[in-house]
Design a protein around this ligand. Structure first.
Ligand code: SF4
Length: 757
């Protein structure tokens, strides 16, 4: 059958899950409008025609029989509490979108009037990373409302900010160039599990003689396939990076020409690195001194050497200093000069989206606040819901006493101290904090507050929807239009709507546009269509009529050759500097000035010094580590791992995905020596606990873990028999830089569960 006569349509979409690969996904849609196949676009140079195991089965999610398809309202009297899977609907009743939107808008207005608009907290992260779905109409809405701003720190802020203190912006080795490397150092990077489109490049490099070294406390699938897996203790990565610097400098293996031309603060760094002898580093990391020396020599003398650093290392108490130390290695050895060398944490700094136009922070000035709203850190949601402003909630008292001639709102706002009001409304979308936020028991105490008004925009009943007043049905990336960059490559891509949303599911853009109109916000931007917003993201001149000029070009740096029409035609277009990689390879940080205060790669940061932080990288043992004061009571370091086949909590409810994770399902991995010390055998029921909570699992002996380290993976709390997950144990302590979450700095103890009498 010819393509023209085919009853099927093939639509170019982009996987919007929180993954560096941002795959181009071709969706085949039949005559009835049903998606019947998803596959990777063979024409996209990074996707290369295949999808990961998670998204290859994406239609299981799109057409899941338990997907939420209609707006739901909590039934009167139904308690906010964990609900058994499959029975959640008993606590909710179906309502129309009109009823839901009208009621939500009215309640938000009432809360804003009574407690000030900052008592409303949006909570979202990277459930979708398209520019529109991640942050556009939602931000406009909350800015115009005067709601608190959310500090989105939970995943990558420590590492991102730390990288920028060294290089000014997040750029890195193009993934396609990894095939040219002779040494690949995967540091805290489970490439096979969550950056799988880099793997073919690594395989190609290895066929050409490259070696793969993996540094990771856990033997991931990637580590198991490496030439050398170095299982260091959690949180000791900075010590290892500084130990490598010590050896490199001691043996004269640094690249003086690159250092002289491109860096700032080398003498200070050299002095700091002198402290990190291989012997001291060995004592911290669990390696031998000879291994530290061998690693440093191999890294510094092999060209090109490509370092893939991923975000795991920075979800620790000293994650900022750690990222800085590792990020400096390719600058010390001059690895950036070689095509196929260098490093990558993220490529996101290359995408100069017109975020101001998309998110309109200026609308805060038109809100009742008339100023920038307070910031609330998403990594301390438990505290935000249970402690923030609690002793200052005197709004109604002040209102009653309002005899001084001020308007009631002015009087209410004047009553709060520096922290502002308590949170009285929580609006969750693109996230599942009931499962993924640290210190789960505190988060749940907050979510269970009867006075907290909670709205959740979701695909399924989750650990968060159990506490919702309203649940609104959300769309998948097959069901809305968006534009997307990546944090693991250099292509701009258009994701076209492939199918109609099932039931009454609606996109983020639609939802917040409707709410804005219910609240009578007069600004025309609340009526922008997705296509208009895509043009805004691209920086296409606003005075150009899109219908009359479909080929109007982006004005964003690196995107000047991109038009909406070309994106619609091709699906993906490389940023300008990556358009002809063979003729003009992209070698980041090889020419100045860089966007740092000195214009150079900063080994020494005056910015950090003036903020009272260490201007040089250093190693400090985490408070919750084997060197911490609590280690006597809780001697085991806990890795709250992510699953290879889930995306944080997404996909964890699907049977096919769960099967792929069955080996570690409800298991606590423990080194045989630690198990023996506790008289545990494989399969024994164990309780893992600390002051914040506990969890019952079954022991799984794993000799590849460093002794003193245990591991379990993230799952939905409601899928655990005792209704909790690994975040019952993690803390709300924040990272040194970026105020991020410290999931991997957690101490616990483990004990056998007594057999019932
Ligand atoms: S999750 Fe990552 S690897 Fe999988 S399809 Fe999406 S972007 Fe590609």
């Amino acid at each position: 059958m010819s393509a023209a006569a085919s009853p099927f349509r093939i639509v170019h979409t982009v996987c919007s899950h929180d993954c560096p690969d941002s795959c181009a996904v071709l969706v085949t849609v039949n005559e009835q409008g049903r998606a019947i196949k998803v596959e990777g676009d063979p024409a996209q140079p990074v996707t290369q025609g295949f999808l990961c195991g998670k998204v290859a089965k994406y239609l299981d999610l799109v057409y899941a029989s338990d997907r939420i398809l209609y707006p739901l309202r909590r039934k009167p009297g139904a308690a906010k509490q964990p609900l058994p899977r499959g029975r959640e609907h008993e606590s909710f009743e179906r309502v129309s979108w009109d009823e839901a939107l009208t009621a939500i808008a009215a309640r938000l207005q009432e809360i804003a009037d009574q407690h000030g608009p900052e008592s409303i907290l949006p909570y979202s992260y990277a459930g979708t990373i398209g520019q529109l779905g991640y942050g556009s109409m939602d931000r406009r809405f909350f800015h115009r409302l005067g709601a608190s701003r959310l500090d989105r720190t939970i995943c990558s802020e420590a590492g991102g900010q730390a990288w920028n203190t060294v290089y000014g912006k997040k750029l890195g080795t193009p993934p396609e160039d990894f095939r040219l490397a002779k040494l690949i150092l995967a540091w805290g990077a489970n490439i096979h599990g969550n950056n799988v489109h880099l793997w073919p490049m690594i395989e190609q490099a290895r066929r050409n003689g490259a070696r793969l070294i993996v540094i990771d406390p856990y033997r991931t699938r990637t580590a198991a396939l490496a030439d050398w897996h170095i299982a260091i203790r959690p949180g000791t990565d900075a010590a290892l990076a500084l130990g490598m610097m010590h050896v490199i400098l001691n043996e004269g293996l640094e690249d003086r020409a690159y250092i002289d031309a491109m860096t700032h603060g080398f003498p200070q760094l050299a002095e700091r690195a002198r402290e990190y002898t291989p012997e001291r580093v060995a004592a911290w990391t669990g390696m031998t001194a000879a291994e530290v020396e061998r690693l440093a020599r191999e890294y510094a003398t092999t060209h090109p050497a490509a370092l893939r650093l991923n975000y795991g290392v920075q979800r620790a108490e000293w994650g900022g200093a750690t990222t800085r130390a590792i990020a400096m290695l390719p600058a010390l050895t001059g690895a950036w000069k070689y095509r196929g060398g260098g490093a990558v944490l993220s490529t996101s700094g290359a995408f100069a989206w017109n975020e101001h136009q998309l998110r309109r922070p200026d609308l805060q000035l038109a809100s009742p606040l008339g100023r920038e709203a307070r910031l609330v850190n998403m990594s301390t949601l438990g505290q935000a819901l249970t402690e923030l402003g609690q002793d200052r909630d005197q709004g109604s008292e002040i209102r009653d006493q309002n005899a001084d001639g001020r308007g009631p709102q002015e009087a209410v706002f004047a009553s709060w101290g520096a922290d502002g009001p308590p949170v009285h409304a929580l609006f969750v979308y693109n996230s599942n904090p009931g499962a993924v936020a640290p210190n789960q028991n505190a988060v749940r105490r907050g979510l269970a507050r009867p006075d907290l008004f909670t709205v959740v925009h979701e695909l399924f009943f989750t650990d968060t929807t159990d506490y919702a007043d309203y649940i609104l049905p959300a769309t998948t990336f097959l069901e809305h239009t968006d534009i997307q960059g990546a944090y693991g490559h250099y292509f701009v891509q258009l994701s076209q709507q492939a199918i109609e949303p099932p039931g009454e599911a609606r996109s983020n853009v639609w939802l917040f546009s409707q709410l804005a109109q219910r609240m009578d916000f007069p600004e025309p931007c609340f009526r922008d269509t997705p296509e208009e917003m895509i043009r805004q993201a691209l920086g296409v001149q606003p005075d150009i009529d899109p219908a009359a000029a479909p080929y109007a070009h982006s004005t964003n740096p690196g995107m000047e050759h991109i038009t909406y029409a070309a994106l619609a035609e091709h699906g993906h277009i490389p940023l300008s500097f990556h358009a002809e990689p063979d003729a003009h390879p992209f070698l980041p940080y090889t020419a100045g000035p860089l966007p740092t205060p000195s214009g150079k790669v900063e080994f020494y940061s005056e910015t950090l010094a003036s903020a009272g932080l260490d201007p040089l990288p250093g190693f400090t043992p985490p408070t919750e580590s084997r060197w911490g004061a609590d280690a006597k009571r809780y001697p085991l370091e806990f890795l709250a791992r992510k699953a290879d086949n889930y995306m944080n909590s997404t996909f964890a409810n699907l049977d096919g995905h769960r099967k792929m994770e069955s080996r570690t399902n409800q298991r606590l991995e423990i080194h045989p020596a630690d198990a023996k010390a506790r008289n545990l055998a494989d399969g024994d029921p164990v309780r893992i606990f600390n002051d914040r909570g506990s969890l019952q699992l079954a022991a799984l002996l794993n000799p590849s873990l460093p002794p003193g380290v245990v591991a379990a993976r993230l799952d939905w709390a409601k899928l655990h028999p005792d209704g909790g997950n690994v975040n019952a144990l993690t803390s709300e302590r924040l990272t040194d830089i970026g105020a991020g979450a410290t999931f991997y700095s957690t101490l616990v103890e483990v004990a056998r569960v007594a057999e019932p009498e």
